[in-house]
Design a binder for this molecule. Structure first.
Ligand code: ADP
Ligand code: MG
Length: 309
């Protein structure tokens, strides 16, 4: 029995409510295949468009009703975990029951511990939600938000993207797994919290990269493999250039060299390869696979995808 953390990328969830329901149904089929193959699966996922939508809805509501509060990013991430988890629970449970597999699927609202001294807090750079004209951006800066002008398209809110240092609910995830259930966890990278005086964990205005959070969870669960599912079947060097070359595997040393040579785009493939590396280096016999959802079964059978070892 192999324990695998499946990190679902944006294309497994779609960009809006309707797309999400359809995308999750087809994701459920691919995930059910892996469960039928005998893998112990933990599902994690991104939340970019969803947390943007929730944040915009909350901002708009607060603007029109003075009795409503502005909802912090940590709460928006929590809401997105619930909403996405609901769709996954609903679709995957149905797909499994259709196949005669009686395994419950449950979402764990997950907090991700970050270090308050993480250098990312000094340079918030992850754009969140809608574009705003300059006057509205100025008003948001007054309210304490960090805003950045985005290549002539308007102003966007930016938040810090600190590294995860621990997953608060990983023991709960493990308990579900050991009971033969399918956990959905660290959605959107988890709700970022930092330690304060005493035992209180305080939500922070930040977002954690879902690939790094998935790697941390995989590490804490002692998983065999971190499977990062995205829009491409394999990772390439010289991506998008005439001499592009798809990779079937790379050692940790290869990956470090390719990173230094700038083969992976920041904000898309780079965090995936970095997250894969963190997991692979966290213990012996730990491997990572980067491929697309529809190729996950073949990838796990060693037929495609890029294995980092
Ligand atoms: P996700 O939503 O799954 O996180 P992203 O769009 O953030 O997906 O990242 C995946 C994308 O990274 C691919 O679709 C591809 O366009 C891009 N990419 C950048 N560099 C590379 C590379 N070296 N090899 C493969 N894909 C790359
Ligand atoms: Mg991404």
């Amino acid at each position: 029995m192999k324990r695998i953390v499946l990190a679902l990328g944006g294309n497994a969830l779609g960009d809006n409510l309707h797309e999400q329901m359809i995308a999750v149904k087809s994701a459920a089929k691919a995930i059910a295949d892996l469960i039928e193959d005998g893998f112990d699966v933990i599902i994690t996922h991104g939340n970019g468009p969803q947390v943007g939508m929730i944040n915009l809805a909350m901002e708009t509501a607060a603007k029109f009703d003075e009795h409503l509060f502005y909802i912090p990013m940590s709460v928006c991430v929590a809401l997105s975990q619930g909403y996405i988890g609901y769709d996954i629970q609903n679709a995957l449970r149905e797909e499994l029951l259709d196949r005669g597999v009686d395994k419950p699927v449950a979402t764990i609202i997950t907090q991700t511990l970050v270090d308050e001294n993480d250098p990312a807090f000094a340079d918030p750079s992850k754009p969140i939600g809608a574009y705003y004209p300059e006057d509205e951006a100025a008003e948001m800066i007054q309210r304490g938000y960090d805003m950045k002008e985005d290549a002539g398209r308007g102003w966007r809110r930016v938040v810090a993207s600190p590294k995860p240092i621990g997953i608060v609910e990983s023991k709960t995830v493990l308990a579900l797994l050991e009971a033969g259930q399918i956990p959905v966890a660290v959605g959107g990278g988890g709700i970022p919290v930092k330690k304060t005086e005493g035992r209180h964990l305080k939500g922070t205005s930040a977002v954690v990269d879902k690939d790094f959070a998935s790697a941390k969870l995989a590490e804490e669960l002692n998983a065999d493999m971190l499977v990062i599912l995205t829009a491409v079947e394999k990772v390439a060097v010289n991506f998008g250039k005439p001499d592009q070359q798809w990779l079937s595997e790379m050692s940790a040393e290869d990956a470090e060299r390719y990173i230094a040579e700038g083969h992976f785009a920041p904000g898309s493939m780079l965090p995936k390869v970095e997250a894969a590396l963190e997991f692979v280096k966290s213990g012996p016999d730990r491997k990572a696979l980067i491929t697309m959802l529809s190729k996950a079964r073949d990838g796990l059978a060693g037929k495609t995808g890029t294995v980092i070892h």
